[in-house]
Ligand binder design. Structure first.
Ligand SMILES: Cc1cc2nc3c(=O)[nH]c(=O)nc-3n(C[C@H](O)[C@H](O)[C@H](O)COP(=O)(O)OP(=O)(O)OC[C@H]3O[C@@H](n4cnc5c(N)ncnc54)[C@H](O)[C@@H]3O)c2cc1C
Length: 240
């Protein structure tokens, strides 16, 4: 479904990690951000690559306490990445055209079954967006991250998810591109499925890990539905 293009404005920003910038954004049309859970916007940085391609990038929406007019984008700077570089350099008041919110991770009716959300790396933003639209007593979030990952503070993620009534589990896996990473991630997912017996599996982050979850054989009477969002390494990559 087509979404009309809108514009958002940066109204606050904060460096919350060595390479992580949180941007509070409002819509310039004054409309509230209606449904945030697991959704993202595709933001047009205004840059154009030498091959003529516009630099448009997706960022997940997380909430800002008690203020429906604001959303927070949490952006990891990937040295040399044009999209994340542009968002780390953008000043207060900068405006960007965007489409969305998009995303079908969470059904419109909400999470009405036991659910496991597997987030890898920056995929935690999507899990935070889902948890924030609580109460989420039937949700478990498993965050898989590299030992040296400084994208988002673990204690902060834990507090946000537990305060929504959900369970939070985290484990370290080898860094992106390291041997054995996906295999360990899948073993950790299997253990979490065995423990919590979710009926629905949501996953966001590294496509090398989350995409194969769609084909994974889980024990009978557990996962019957898998919905994923590949933040990077998307084998089905469409242009934004
Ligand atoms: C639905 C969706 C939601 C997203 N939400 C967020 C979000 O909330 N926060 C956020 O920071 N990013 C998010 N992303 C990723 C974001 O859209 C960009 O891909 C990212 O910012 C890199 O863009 P770039 O132009 O800086 O680098 P690019 O030149 O596009 O990418 C450089 C390289 O980095 C790889 N890469 C991208 N992300 C990562 C990562 N996390 N770890 C390791 N390698 C990576 C790419 O595969 C590529 O090889 C999301 C992506 C999708 C599809």
């Amino acid at each position: 479904m087509a979404s009309p293009r809108s514009t958002l404005r940066i109204v606050n920003h904060e460096l919350i990690g060595p390479s992580t910038r949180a941007l509070d954004v409002v819509r310039t049309d004054g409309a509230p951000w209606s449904s945030v859970r697991g959704k993202y916007v595709i933001l047009d940085t205004g840059l154009v690559l030498p091959d003529g391609k516009a630099v448009k990038r997706a960022y997940s929406l997380t909430t800002v306490d008690g203020d429906a007019s604001r959303c927070r984008l949490v952006v990891k700077r990937l040295g040399g990445g044009p999209g994340s570089d542009a968002l780390h350099a953008a000043p207060l008041g900068a405006e960007f055209s965007f489409s969305g919110p998009w995303g079908k991770l969470v059904p419109e009716t909400g999470l009405d079954d036991e659910t496991l959300f597997v987030a890898t790396d920056t995929g935690i933003t999507s899990a935070l967006g889902v948890a924030a639209q609580g109460p989420q007593e039937r949700l478990t979030v498993l965050w898989l991250r590299a030992r040296d990952e400084s994208f988002f503070d673990v204690e902060r993620a834990h507090a946000a998810i537990v305060s929504a009534g959900a369970r939070f589990v985290t484990a370290t896996i080898p860094g992106v591109g390291t041997a054995g990473r996906a295999e360990l991630a899948w073993a950790l997912v299997d253990a979490c499925v065995a423990e919590h017996a979710p009926r629905v599996l949501l996953a966001a982050g590294d496509g090398d890990i989350v995409f194969p979850l769609k084909q994974r054989a889980f024990p009978p009477s557990t996962v019957r539905e898998v919905r994923i969002e590949c933040f990077f390494h998307n084998p089905e990559r469409k242009s934004a």
